[in-house]
Design a protein around this ligand. Structure first.
Ligand SMILES: *Cc1c(COP(=O)(O)O)cnc(C)c1O
Length: 838
């Protein structure tokens, strides 16, 4: 049909079930299977056809069916229970935040992508799932929180394999009226529009609202009639297009995002930038303050003091950096609006790049984000370390360990990924309010009371559901690709519920090494085809449309899955999304992850599998390096990196096969009881991973480590017309100007060898070039085995500095002396970015 227009006719719900519509517009249902069941029961084929989308289901279900359920006592009882639970959730006063952070100030969270549910495909992978889960737990915990993102009306892409296993991409236009979105409105009922200037054009932005439990997500959309055709496409696709488009999308997210918050009067005291994509929000916040009369420097201090930046990318090349002339095209008019110069503004983002054999200054979103914030973190302990090392060049003279980037290890939203079967089982051994205390490690010990049989029964149910799902999906794919009747029929035989089943699903970025398993195919074949103890694998994952090596990985797996010895035992499913993810993490016996260390900043899918009792089998990278405790899953390889990637791949593949053959398969098929049993590993994986890697624990960490301190600091710096910001800004400018004229020399009297506890005298002479001596920290730094200790030197009546520095333990010490300008109220000692070593 040739479509000339579309219209949505709203359903008239019978009074008895009228609140189905209200509930459909709160993605509370996305982590509440019983709420979903109310819509599925209306018509399961409509439900499945439209990505399990309650709004769409209500639109499509015939009126007679609605009348039927409205007269069905059993349905009404389930409906009443779900609504009562929903009301209790929404109205809850005694939340974690009310009890633990009653004075908590509102947070605005910015992210390029969000994954809440498969029916709203505005995410590509882990970053989006993390952001969506963060919102869900912020709601669960009762935190004042608003999220800002983009409404990509063609989403990321739908992945289709052709008959040779090559990935093709399909882009569907979302029908927004069939999604749980409503136009965001001001207090007086006006739909909100904000506008931004991009390259001299005024781009209009519509703001949608998505209700996630108790919190709101605002989604920006340029697809409005007032805009030119090109501008309407600015929010068409996530991570589509070229660098020009990227920069424009970043301007939208940052600048239009702040304007949307203001237009809606949403309070925000702390701003959280999830990845560098959001960094340009700092431009708009500085502009507001400059327009209010502050100078650039003072405005910058004020804005940064209340901003947190979370970095996710452990490879330098993965961090967006744009040529200056590209930035000029899109933010060229900003320096004037900020009452600053282009040089001063771009200096805050500068990261020189080797492009075409030349060293070129570039505008790095990460560097800008680091400079526009006063707190930053990586997403696991190891990733924090890697990030400090990666960005230490910004802090000349600093040791990696003092670079002010901390970490909060990621988590996942337990309820979104835990099957209803497992939840019901957990409810038999955990306290009634367990879903509100997910981070409570002691509580989870109750899992010890689940019997081996209870666990294996529930896991079999989940596995059957997954196998049914896989077969149906493979059948669809075969039919679409014109497969033979025999091949289509063979999909009914894919996978066996009796075989040890291993899942591997994630974005097909090459560092994730999806094909590592195939390094020794003969050995893999012996493992898979063991007549007594068979093993089978389910793969899924998308490659970025421009990533041909990633697509080649997909094709390689597909080809292996078609080889006679692997047919039906290795499968690769198309279109990895939240739905596929839930089926896999719930249905497999083991979750496999073998990235090239240390490139997996955190990883989260293994957590989701563990929530469902599927132990993790993974390289000791990201979260698993912290999560693995010897009883709750298995490591792959060692905690080290190899210089030669080939050698590393060989070593890791060898370790993978060996652990599988010698440890995992015997345990899975074994008859041992107690600590040697499979059920023991399952229990350990549930009870150790669920609390420590719950999103609830993650958000609590953010509140305590960052949100609350930043709110306090941000308020102090902004108080009294930003007096503190003005002082700090002026002071930094002064010390930076004087710094080249300062000098420091130092002496330490070092014996040939010393006893533990002995002290050594250290002295230093300083020319402070006018910087007050009490604003100069002069210190001895001892490095013992890579671990630093700092010992302040005291100023003496003769103007020299000295201290007796203790050598507390045996070992080889290196001794250095340095000075750092410091005043009270800095976010960290390196804030001025000045260190001078003697
Ligand atoms: C959890 C999840 C991811 C992230 O998985 P990683 O293990 O971090 O790679 C990606 N995509 C989907 C759909 C997910 O549910």
């Amino acid at each position: 049909m040739n479509v000339i227009g579309k219209v949505t006719v709203l359903p008239q719900l019978p009074a008895a079930v009228s609140r189905l519509s209200e509930l459909a517009y709160n993605v509370y249902w996305s982590w509440t299977p019983r709420a979903q069941a109310l819509y599925r029961e209306l018509d399961s084929s409509i439900w499945e056809r439209f990505q399990q989308n309650p709004v769409r289901t209500l639109l499509e279900v015939p009126r007679e069916r609605l009348e039927q359920v409205a007269a069905d006592a059993a349905y009404l009882e389930r409906y009443a229970q779900v609504m009562a639970d929903f009301d209790a959730y929404m109205g809850k006063r005694d939340t974690w935040a009310a009890r633990n952070a009653p004075d908590m100030k509102p947070v605005a969270y910015f992210s390029m992508e969000y994954a809440f549910h498969e029916s709203l495909p505005i995410y590509s992978g882990g970053l989006g799932v993390l952001a969506g889960d963060h919102c869900k737990s912020a709601s669960d915990l009762g935190i004042p929180f608003t999220a800002v993102g983009m409404l990509f009306h063609q989403g990321y892409f739908r992945q289709l394999f052709d008959k040779d296993g090559w990935q093709n991409e399909a882009y569907d236009d979302l029908d927004l009226t069939t999604l749980p979105l409503t136009p965001a409105k001001t207090a007086d009922g006006q739909e909100v529009r904000v506008s931004v200037q991009i390259a001299g054009r005024t781009v209009q932005v519509r703001v949608w609202q998505l209700q996630v439990g108790r919190i709101r997500v605002l989604l920006l959309d340029t697809n409005v009639p007032e805009n030119s055709e090109d501008d309407r496409k600015l929010t068409a696709r996530l991570y589509g297009g070229n660098q020009e488009l990227r920069v424009q999308q970043y301007v939208l997210l940052g600048v239009a995002g702040i304007r949307a918050l203001r237009a809606l009067n949403v309070p925000a005291d702390v701003y959280h930038m999830n990845e560098g994509h959001a960094a340009l929000l700092g431009l708009e916040r500085v502009r507001e303050l400059v327009a209010g009369g502050l100078d650039f420097r003072t405005a910058l201090e004020t804005v940064a003091s209340s901003t947190l930046f979370t970095t996710h990318t452990p490879v330098a090349a993965g961090n967006d950096a744009f040529a200056y002339d590209l930035m000029d095209r899109y933010i060229g008019d900003w320096p004037a609006q900020l009452a600053t110069s282009r040089d001063d503004l771009y200096a805050l983002a500068r990261h020189d790049q080797h492009w075409d054999g030349h060293l070129v200054p570039a505008f790095s979103m990460t560097v800008f984000a680091l400079n526009m914030s006063r707190a930053a973190n990586g997403v696991s302990e190891l990733h924090g370390e890697v990030s400090r090392d990666m960005w230490k060049f910004l802090y000349d003279g600093a040791e990696a360990e003092e670079v002010p980037i901390g970490h909060v290890t990621n988590g996942a939203h337990n309820l979104t990924f835990t099957s209803q079967h497992m939840r019901d089982l957990l409810s038999t051994v955990l306290p009634a309010d367990w879903t509100e205390r997910l981070e409570d490690e002691d509580m989870w010990k109750g899992v010890d009371n689940l019997s081996d049989a209870q666990l294996s029964d529930v896991q079999l149910v989940m596995k059957r559901e997954m196998i049914t799902f896989v077969r149906a999906r493979m059948r669809e794919q075969m039919l679409r690709n014109g497969a033979s009747a025999a091949d289509v029929a063979a999909t009914d035989e894919l996978l066996s519920e009796k075989a040890l089943t291993i899942g591997f699903a994630r974005r097909f970025a090459t560092y994730k090494r999806a094909t590592l398993l195939f390094r020794d195919k003969a050995r893999l074949s012996r493992i898979v085809n063991d007549p007594e103890h068979p093993v089978q694998f389910v793969f899924a994952g998308k490659a970025h449309p421009a990533d041909n090596p990633g697509k080649a990985f997909i094709q390689e797996i597909y080809k292996v899955s078609q080889e006679p010895e692997f047919r039906g035992k290795i499968v690769i499913l198309e279109n990895y999304d939240m739905n596929v993810a839930r089926h896999l993490v719930q249905g497999v016996d083991i979750w496999l992850n073998n990235p090239r260390r240390p490139l997996e900043a955190s990883g989260t899918s293994g957590m989701k599998a563990s929530f469902n009792g599927s132990p993790n089998f993974s390289v000791l990278d990201g979260w698993w390096r912290e999560g693995y405790d010897g009883t709750n899953g298995w490591p792959i390889g060692e905690e080290r990196e190899y210089a030669d990637l080939n050698v590393q791949d060989d070593a890791d593949a060898y370790s993978l096969y060996e652990t599988l053959e010698d440890v995992i398969v015997p345990r899975y098929y074994g008859t041992q009881t107690g600590e040697q049993s499979w059920a023991h590993t399952v229990r350990r994986s549930i009870e150790t991973v669920s609390p420590r890697f719950s999103m609830q624990r993650q958000v609590i960490d953010y509140v305590q480590k960052y949100y609350r301190p930043l709110a306090v600091r941000g308020a102090e710096v902004a108080a009294n017309g930003a007096q503190r910001a003005r002082d700090l800004g002026a002071w930094k400018t002064w010390v930076r100007a004087q710094w080249p004229y300062t000098t420091i020399t130092a002496q330490a009297t070092l014996p040939a060898s010393a006893q533990p506890g002995q002290t050594i005298p250290v002295t230093a002479q300083v020319n402070s070039a006018g910087i007050k001596l009490n604003e100069l920290k002069v210190e001895a730094v001892l490095n013992r085995g890579g671990h630093l200790t700092h010992h302040p030197l005291q100023v003496q009546p003769d103007g020299t500095f000295r201290a007796d520095v203790p050598l507390t333990e045996s070992g080889l010490y290196s001794v250095g002396v340095r000075m750092i300008p410091e005043v009270p109220g800095l976010s960290n000692p390196l804030e001025a970015g000045l260190i001078k070593w003697a």
